[in-house]
Design a protein around this ligand. Structure first.
Ligand code: PMP
Length: 402
């Protein structure tokens, strides 16, 4: 026997993707990578963080910032988050807020508190890979959530029942989703809420990119739409996940959940059992930085990332051959490309790496591994001239594959 013979069944779904292996080749020099999905480190608010860390280490402050704290999160930070949520149309108190180690932790905890084995999670097709990974550990079944889906809710529910559970939640990322960059229109947001009502399940609204809008007008979060109807956060089925990863810095691992009190209470117990609390020092520092520079810093990000997004869209329009289509995002970090049928994203990546350009094949983002003729391009990591050159290289590789 080896120890891997006695791993729990749930770990069988924890597999490293072959794409990860391919992307290891990214270390080669001169490569232009659109494969990442991370913020540009040159745009971190470094000075504001340096000041805040220094303040947190001062006499009197250090005794708090280096100490254990409550599982719910640092109170002044939860109050800042409550104000931020109010600006998005969600009135709530700090009691409806839990600070988490990034929104990734919230995805794991929500899987843990909602999913029995064989329960159904409704997810986008494609959807955020990290959400599939987080939920997978709880052995659910995935079904498709699609604005164009005209199946009756009774049919979705009865298939879920046959599979041995029930639909527990619909997971959506309404603004500039990862990987597609798609923004859900107001009617589509209302439709998700209606679907969840008719299935009597929760909505998990992942707002990781919400603040990064470069074009068009903001659309209210699903939780704000539900709040406008119920008038009471504690009567809402939508669970909102926020994050400082894309706006301030991901390395501190600070995110948050806003939800009805019973959901927060159960998540607090989960957090107590899992990691006690989010790092006190990081919460204190994020609180200071958010209070000082959040709005101005998001302005800087919008300007920079917006220019990069437009550079990529212009380059695609100029370079791509007929038959290649893409989503024009209004924000976020990604452009989603669809190739003519028959061209496989994974084999295209091998050719692309030879031509010194990289992307993530889209297949990994589908719960069933379908739609192999898609790919995700990231635009947050390179300036406009590098983007132009990278898209020209990619177009050449695609033309050769046609
Ligand atoms: N949701 C989405 C859609 C993401 O793209 C990411 C990060 N890539 C996360 C959640 C997790 O972010 P974090 O844990 O850093 O808040």
């Amino acid at each position: 026997m080896t120890l891997s013979d006695i791993f729990a069944d749930r770990t069988e779904r924890m597999t490293a993707s072959e794409i990860r292996e391919l992307l290891k080749l990214l270390d080669q020099p001169d490569i232009i990578s659109f494969a990442g999905g991370i913020p540009d480190p040159a745009l971190f608010p470094r000075e504001a963080f340096a000041d805040a860390f220094a303040h947190a280490m001062e006499d009197g402050a250090a005794g708090i910032s280096l100490q254990y704290a409550t599982s719910e999160g640092y109170t002044p930070l939860r109050d800042w988050i409550a104000d931020h949520m109010a600006s998005l149309g969600v009135t709530c108190s700090r009691d409806n807020i839990l600070v988490t180690a990034g929104s990734q932790q919230a995805l794991d905890y929500l899987g843990k508190i909602f999913l029995n084995k064989n329960d159904t999670a409704l997810v986008g097709w494609p959807t955020y890979l990290g959400a599939l990974g987080a939920f997978n550990a709880y052995e659910p079944r995935f079904d498709r959530l699609d604005p164009a889906d005209n199946r009756a809710s009774e049919d979705i529910a009865s298939v879920a029942k046959e599979a041995g559970g029930r639909v527990k939640f619909a997971y959506v990322s309404p603004d500039f989703a990862n990987p597609t960059g798609v923004t859900m229109r107001l009617e589509e947001r209302r439709a998700v809420l209606e679907r969840a009502r008719s299935l009597d399940c929760a909505v998990i609204e992942d707002a990781a990119y919400q603040a990064l809008r470069y074009d068009g007008k903001p659309i209210p979060p699903i939780l704000a739409l539900e709040m406008a109807e119920t008038g009471d956060i504690n009567a809402c089925r939508t669970i909102y996940l926020g994050s400082f990863s894309k706006t301030l810095a991901p390395g501190l691992r600070v995110g948050w959940v806003v939800a009805a009190k019973p959901v927060i209470d159960r998540l607090v117990l989960t957090k107590q059992a899992a990691d006690l609390q989010t790092a006190t020092l990081n919460q204190i520092v994020v609180n200071e930085v958010a209070r000082k520079v959040f709005d101005s810093h998001v302005g800087i990000l919008r300007e920079n990332y917006g220019a990069r997004m437009h550079a990529m869209l212009d380059a695609l329009a100029r370079e791509m051959p007929d038959g290649v289509t893409w989503v024009e995002p209004e924000g976020g970090m990604f452009v989603w490309l669809t190739l003519p049928r028959g061209i496989d994203g994974k084999s295209l990546l091998k050719d692309a790496l030879k031509a010194n350009v990289a992307f993530v094949p889209g297949q990994a983002f589908y719960a069933d591994g379908s739609n192999t003729n898609t790919l995700r391009l990231n635009f947050s990591m390179s300036g406009p001239s590098v983007i132009n050159e990278g898209i020209a290289r990619l177009a050449k590789v695609i033309r050769a594959a046609l």
